[in-house]
Design a binder for this molecule. Sequence first.
Ligand code: THU
Length: 157
Amino acid sequence: MKRVELAHGLLAGVVLGAIRLVKCTPLHPGGFDPVPPRRSRPVCQRLEKAARQAARKAYAPYSRFRVGAAVLAGSGEIYTGCNVENASYGLTVCAERVAIFGAVAAGEQKFEALAVVSETQTAPCGACRQVLAEFGLDIKVIIADLANGWEVYSVRD
Ligand code: THU
């Protein structure tokens, strides 16, 4: 019985780990192409998909607004985050910051792009922009909604 539970736990861990850390081909040295991002399109799609999956894990009992983010680090790893709300609402942390902080905690300090997905296309808030700006104004920001549309900006924008 214990062994079965352990096996289930391991399987769940592997599946969740795979969702959290999807390997991604590193971009060419110059980063993203200027718009239209023909070559970077598959990367955008991967990031958007990872962010969409992360949104499902959101803890948003107060706003009921689920947000997911996925950031592509210089190493090629993708790190995801979701919004985590709190009864003391000011303590709520946005999906973007959860993704960036998780990536930094894993040893990353260079970021190429971040995707944020919610029900409506929502641009990162001021606090998240400040956190992104700390790591570079050229980080691409992909803003997507749950109905599949996405647009690419940069932190500089
Ligand atoms: N939120 C994010 O996670 N990212 C954004 O870019 C916009 C806002 C969250 C914070 C809060 O949990 C909910 O969305 C409503 O503002």
